[in-house]
Design a binder for this molecule. Sequence first.
Ligand SMILES: NC(=O)C1=CN([C@@H]2O[C@H](COP(=O)(O)OP(=O)(O)OC[C@H]3O[C@@H](n4cnc5c(N)ncnc54)[C@H](OP(=O)(O)O)[C@@H]3O)[C@@H](O)[C@H]2O)C=CC1
Ligand SMILES: N[C@@H](C=O)C(=O)O
Length: 265
Amino acid sequence: MSDTNAQGIAVITGASTGLGAVYADRLARRGHDLLLVARNKSRLDTVAAKIAENTGRTVEVLAADLADPTQLATVETRLRTDESISLLVNNAGGTVFGPLSQADPSQMEDLITLNVTSLTRLTTAVLAGFTRRGSGTIINLSSALALNVLPVSAVYSGTKSYVVAFTQALQQELAESEIRVQAVFPGAVRTEFWDGSGIEVSAFPEEWVMSADDAVDAALAGLDAGEPMTLLSLPDITDWDTFDAARQAMIPNLSRSVPADRYQS
Ligand SMILES: NC(=O)C1=CN([C@@H]2O[C@H](COP(=O)(O)OP(=O)(O)OC[C@H]3O[C@@H](n4cnc5c(N)ncnc54)[C@H](OP(=O)(O)O)[C@@H]3O)[C@@H](O)[C@H]2O)C=CC1
Ligand SMILES: N[C@@H](C=O)C(=O)O
């Protein structure tokens, strides 16, 4: 699945800072031209100018709020129609941590719109061209909190679990094609993600928190190795295989004409 000396445009959402800005740098160094998406145009311009100067690649920016249907549609149209696009990183995402009983429903809805709806619509849009051209790569940012579900992460963990199921289904749908889909599970990474989230990343022990540089380099190493699921700090990836094998082992018994014995009197 390596895309070293890559061709084509890589589209990275949430590229104005954090993991997205590092993905942009690394993918440009691998030979991609870039289309960078986020809300803050001046920050995007700064990231783009630096990468263009360092790598000589063409770097375009598209300022868009992916939680806004009209602005999202503009990005979708570009993904659906630009035949040069070869890679999409669905990285833009946010969080709010706290008990759901005290949550603002509108804020939760906005989180779902960004983390789930925009990722789904952008993937659908880019797949149209990937399917026509018979190749392409999609990288979906999930989270360790898809697996480490906490009392304060009902909506965030829910959105990131969606990313896992969505990615697994797509991997099956596209298994016979040259289109690759990877889910990435970062643990805590030192970025602006934590600002205003309800949790101070500075309160975590140093050994829990990865740098954005290390996180993206590890994620791309997982991509190069052909991993469908990349759990950045998990020492043994076969732990994931064991976990997923247990899920699959249940499948033959998940739909039967009669309830399980324990539900019958
Ligand atoms: N940091 C961490 O500990 C972890 C992060 N992740 C995931 O990794 C991904 C990247 O996180 P990280 O880099 O840390 O986050 P940051 O908060 O550092 O960056 C988020 C990026 O998304 C953009 N963004 C936010 N909202 C929108 C929006 N409505 N429309 C368009 N762009 C938007 C931001 O730019 P702008 O404000 O300009 O729009 C920014 O470029 C997320 O999906 C996150 O859930 C997963 C696990 C752990
Ligand atoms: N994955 C991180 C947040 O999304 C974490 O594990 O804290």
